[in-house]
Ligand binder design. Structure first.
Ligand code: 1HE
Length: 272
């Protein structure tokens, strides 16, 4: 069961506000935080048109909970019994490729897994107190929250390699230059700016927002030709009245039954 206190959730009109809420540990992410975050994200998918992600206290997020990582490395926490998809990947993908846009409000530490989480959001706002880094090298570990995919695609191989090899921290101006953030605001103003952007985004249609957050990253992964094809499909995508007619036919028992394999095509109902 997710511990709701670890991640706050509030619905403000069409905008869900999701806050990492472990300030005494600098909002470091442990397994319980990931589970709470997942619950909050899925709830936002259901009831909001846009979500804002932020951190309570003086930092956005100090990344992976290193105490829990140590416990795992020393066998004090058992590894999962089966190989399953990494829970960070699952939850961060829900953010990046779910049905609604996310805006991240960043301040203080945005490091390691905290930066990976921030990069799953679609727009990032940083305040003057924010600093950004990938200290995995210093900790003897590697990125594991999608950074090789998301951070590398945004900042490029050269910048990410430098960040990882040297562990150096970027200030907001440098983060702006490499597209980690799109907006830089005075200290303490990131959440207000993120909420302002979210309110504006909520005025778009749900369908267009869905396409922006789902089609763009997929086209990025395609060839020129396939990208244009997907764009054409999506720009032409509308639900024709024919769909409603077909659904109604089935619901009202007027649709032709499915035909079982070898059924000769005249109406033998498929057993399922
Ligand atoms: C933590 C963590 C954490 C703080 N895991 N407990 N991330 C890092 O390498 C960053 C590690 N953290 C820091 O460098 C600093 O804590 C900060 C720069 C973020 C903030 O400094 P400061 O002076 O405000 O706080 P602090 O005194 O260092 O920490 C306060 C408490 O938070 C302290 O616990 P306490 O019980 O002694 O009070 C710290 O132990 C705790 N704390 N950060 C656990 N990260 C999926 S792969 C992703 C891989 C990574 O993310 S690697 C990067 C990990």
């Amino acid at each position: 069961m997710p511990d709701d206190a670890l991640v706050s959730y509030e619905l403000d009109g069409a905008v869900a506000l999701i806050g990492l809420n472990r300030p005494d540990k600098r909002n470091a992410i442990n397994d319980a935080v990931v589970e709470s975050l997942k619950a909050a994200v899925l709830r936002a998918h259901d009831e909001a048109q846009v979500a804002v992600l932020f951190g309570h206290g003086p930092n956005f997020c100090a990344g992976l909970d290193l105490a829990e990582a140590l416990a795992r490395a020393t066998g004090k926490i058992a590894p999962p019994r089966k190989r399953k998809r990494h829970n960070w990947h699952v939850v961060f993908d829900e953010i990046e490729r779910g049905p609604i846009p996310f805006v991240a409000a960043l301040h203080g530490a945005v490091v390691g897994g905290g930066l990976e989480l921030a990069m799953a959001a679609h727009i990032r706002v940083g305040d003057a107190s924010a600093f950004f880094g990938l200290p995995e090298g210093q900790r003897g570990i590697f990125v594991g929250g999608g950074g090789t995919v998301r951070i590398q695609r945004v900042v490029g191989t050269t910048v990410m390699t430098d960040m990882m090899l040297t562990g150096r921290l970027l200030d907001p101006a440098e983060a702006l230059a490499v597209h980690i953030v799109r907006y830089v605001v005075p200290a303490g103003a990131a959440l207000a700016k993120a909420r302002e952007l979210a309110a504006r985004i909520a005025q778009n249609t749900v369908e267009t927002n869905w396409k922006i957050v789902n089609v763009l990253p997929r086209v990025m992964d395609l060839s020129h030709d396939d990208g244009l094809f997907l764009e054409q499909l999506n720009s032409a995508m509308a639900r024709p009245p024919e769909v409603e007619r077909r659904l109604r036919e089935f619901v009202e028992g007027k649709a032709r039954p499915l035909v079982a394999p070898g059924g000769g095509g005249d109406g033998e109902r498929r057993q399922s």
